[in-house]
Ligand binder design. Structure first.
Ligand code: PEP
Length: 250
């Protein structure tokens, strides 16, 4: 079966200055992308208007890196309605840094995914095991439990707007990329499970991204694997190298 439209997503995390990001966006603008790919760039909240104003490459959309469901008395947060008002339609949820440093549990991530779906967002929902969990042979159990929490809350029709990002925690920002075989193995487990729960049609259209030390060098080999539908990229997305990663999804 042919692959669904790939996604190359840049997670800039808490990085950048107005000058450095303007320069990078200009590099993205100047790159001709001649295949069908959805490129996504997620800056900090405060940089969103700058990136929206500068980004002209039609293959790109701007995403948030996180959001809470409602506006109100939540000092220091940014809500989905505020993002919608800024014309943001994509959000990354459940990144391992949010799970590790900000206490986001599987249930919180699932609830936020449902809230985002209800408010019209495309969601890149992140899952992945720690090194300790992998070494204990728990990888499949961990990623399926994370996915199941989302599955439990979401109506079936929501899945056309959900993207799963498998990001082994031990590979994020470490330079230790999963081998194509390791990544494919987990992606295939996820797709099989979702096929059982949601049916063939939805599961085969679902984009499952790999994330964790993806570079311009390793992206093409990873993308050759049948169940890898693109990438969620941290470090390399802050460099012109991100364009090589986009091109690797051809
Ligand atoms: C990420 O933060 O989502 C990520 C995958 O980071 P890196 O590409 O730097 O490993």
């Amino acid at each position: 079966m042919s692959k669904p439209q790939p996604i190359a997503a840049a997670n800039w995390k808490c990085n950048g200055t107005q000058e450095s990001l303007t320069q990078l966006v200009e590099v993205f603008n100047g790159h001709k992308i001649d295949h069908d790919v959805q490129c996504v760039v997620a800056p900090t909240f405060v940089h969103i208007p700058l990136v929206q104003a500068k980004l002209r490459n039609p293959k790109f959309v701007v995403s948030a890196e996180n959001a809470i469901a409602k506006s109100g008395a939540f000092t220091g947060e940014v809500s989905m309605p505020i993002l919608k008002d800024l014309k943001i339609n994509w959000v990354i949820l459940g990144h391992s840094e949010r799970r590790t440093y900000y206490g986001e549990t599987n249930e919180i991530v699932a609830q936020k995914t449902l809230d985002a779906y209800k408010q019209g967002f495309y969601v890149i929902a992140c899952i992945g095991e720690t090194l300790q969990q992998r070494e204990a042979g728990q990888t499949a159990k961990v990623v399926l439990t994370q996915t199941q929490a989302i599955l439990k809350l979401l109506p079936k029709e929501a899945w056309s707007k959900i993207v799963l990002a498998y990001e082994p925690v031990w590979a994020i920002g470490t330079g230790k990329v999963a081998t194509p075989e390791q990544a494919q193995e987990v992606h295939a487990i996820l797709r099989k499970y979702l096929k059982e729960k949601l049916g063939d049609e939805i599961a085969s259209k679902l984009r499952i991204l790999y994330g964790g030390s993806v570079t311009g060098q390793n992206a093409a080999t990873l993308y050759k694997k049948p169940d890898i539908n693109g990438f969620l990229v941290g470090g390399a997305s802050l460099k012109p190298e991100f364009l090589q990663i986009i091109d690797a999804t051809k």
